[in-house]
Design a protein around this ligand. Structure first.
Ligand code: FAD
Length: 459
């Protein structure tokens, strides 16, 4: 009997433990189910759908090279898998484990009906497997990473199976084009196409390009004007490459590659947090942030949110980041921190509004990584409370040498040079086409700290 390979965020053939197990057992039916119901409001955002379309097309092409194919279905996973099993006589379903709360529920529902075999491989270590000396899961990154490193390197990645036997009869499949995952009008994704190559082959190219530079990672990663980081995040999110493969390809680079591997560790850490706090994307771990902090609301707050989303805050570094996000589906990490801090503290808007915007616009939108980073910037999370540490965006912009980055993304400021480019208004050089600062830095800082005091007073 054939086995079903149930694919989700693991769209690869190499180092794919579920595929290895299914292929060893006989014919394989690779299946991807677009399930917009189970995740509810966590259905994939628009930028992720763009990526998904191209990644599925790429995976299907790779499967065809093996005389296999990808079956596409839409609906509830447990229902579709049961239908396919009935249609083909498949006995088992193999998958890689996923930790988003809706995927854990879906796995439970499938296991009630079918023989579901879950495998590991999307993380350096299976989330939940590390515990502190006291036997509880880790909540803080540094000790987590120290403990995880003891188990490294990860097991050698496996090759793609030489053969993937086809079943006697293929079940029906949707047509990818009918899923309408790509934008129609307006087509906001033209800049995505120039920047990215979704799929396993694209991921391999990124690793090859980055492996030569990994040694210099620590010096370059904070400089948005340079391509100092790997840009592997969407490939990792969609599982087009395993973290074990990245480890194997980069760990010997020397220099500051350990800092890079530590970032891969942040990805594991985030999943461990989600496992402990499934609501982390929608609820502050420090509950007072949701209850007592006087976040702004109303029409002025809505207008400020829109200005932030559109990159029209009058703070060039923030605006450059938000426009890079809109144009390419990605934003530099340092600028993500500055832009997130700006929304939360300068605009005093609930971090969850920013989390939702990122969810819709990032090609690497990841429930765990997004929530953990937003809560980290807000100070509402399980680790240290950063709220009173208010980043000064203009100082950050200078410190991290963002002039070329601003030139690239904010064309209104093309004529400006340093230092005015970081703060055109204060230098009296703001062009009329560029918005005035939405709020002054000192005023914003005082407002944020006052709001923080209100929350503390309630506590
Ligand atoms: P590199 O610097 O090359 O790092 C390598 C890999 O490590 C990344 O591809 C990513 O998988 C992982 N990684 C790096 N930094 C982090 C981090 N802080 N947390 C978790 N994993 C990390 N990353 C996402 O993948 N998805 C998100 O939805 C996401 N939302 C974020 C929201 C905010 C407010 C902030 C501040 C950060 C967020 N990040 C998110 C983390 C980080 O910004 C991106 O992973 C990184 O910019 C991706 O670029 P890169 O692949 O070049 O990273």
């Amino acid at each position: 009997a054939p086995s079903i390979l149930w694919l989700r965020r693991d769209l690869r053939l190499s180092d794919q433990a579920a595929l290895v197990a299914a292929a060893a057992a006989g014919p394989v039916i690779p299946v991807f189910i677009l399930d917009d119901d189970t995740p509810k409001h966590r259905r994939m955002g628009a930028a992720s759908r763009w990526w998904l379309h191209h990644s599925l097309a790429s995976l299907d092409a790779s499967l065809h090279e093996k005389r296999s194919r990808l079956i596409l279905r839409r609906g509830k996973c447990e229902e579709q898998l049961a239908l396919i099993a009935a249609e083909t006589g498949a006995r088992s379903v193999h998958c890689l484990r996923h930790y988003e709360p809706w995927w854990r529920n879906a796995e439970k529902a499938v296991a009630k009906q079918l023989d579901l075999q879950c495998h590991d491989g999307n993380y350096l270590l299976p989330p939940g497997s590390l515990t502190t000396g006291g036997g509880t899961p880790y909540k803080i990154y540094t000790p987590f990473w120290r403990a995880l490193k003891e188990h490294m390197p990860p097991p050698s990645p496996s090759n793609r199976p030489r053969e993937i036997a086809a079943p006697d009869k293929w079940p029906a499949s949707d047509m990818l084009a009918d899923w309408n995952l790509l934008p129609t009008k307006p087509d906001w994704a033209t800049g995505f196409t120039a920047q990215w190559e979704p799929g396993e082959a694209g991921a391999r190219k990124r690793i090859a390009a980055f492996a030569d530079e990994a040694a210099d990672y620590d010096r370059c990663r904070n400089l948005p004007s340079q391509e100092g980081s790997s840009r592997l995040s969407p490939h990792l999110h969609f599982g087009e490459v395993s973290p074990a493969t990245i480890w194997q390809r980069t760990a010997d680079a020397g220099g500051s590659v350990d800092v890079f591997l530590g970032e891969i560790g942040w990805r594991d850490y985030a999943q461990n947090i989600i496992l402990q706090f499934p609501d982390y994307g929608g609820r502050s771990a420090r509950a007072a942030f949701d209850v007592d902090l006087p976040w702004r609301s109303g029409s002025a707050a809505d207008a400020d949110l829109a200005a932030w989303q559109q990159g029209r805050t009058g703070y060039p570094i923030v605006d450059a980041g938000m426009r890079q996000l809109w144009a390419t589906g990605w934003m530099h990490n340092r600028v993500r921190m500055i832009a997130a801090s700006f929304l939360i503290k300068h605009l005093l808007l609930d971090w969850r509004l920013g989390e939702q915007w990122f969810w819709d616009t990032l090609v690497d939108a990841d429930y765990a990584s997004n929530a953990v980073n937003w809560q980290w910037v807000a100070g509402s999370g399980v680790d240290s409370n950063m709220f009173p540490r208010i980043m000064a965006p203009l100082t950050q912009s200078e410190k991290f040498d963002a002039a070329a980055y601003i030139h690239q993304w904010v064309p209104e400021l093309a004529e400006l040079t340093e230092p005015a480019i970081h703060d055109p208004e204060s230098f009296g050089q703001r062009p009329r086409s560029y918005p005035a600062k939405i709020i002054g830095h000192r005023e914003a800082r005082e407002r944020a700290l006052a709001a923080y005091d209100v929350m503390k007073a309630h506590g």
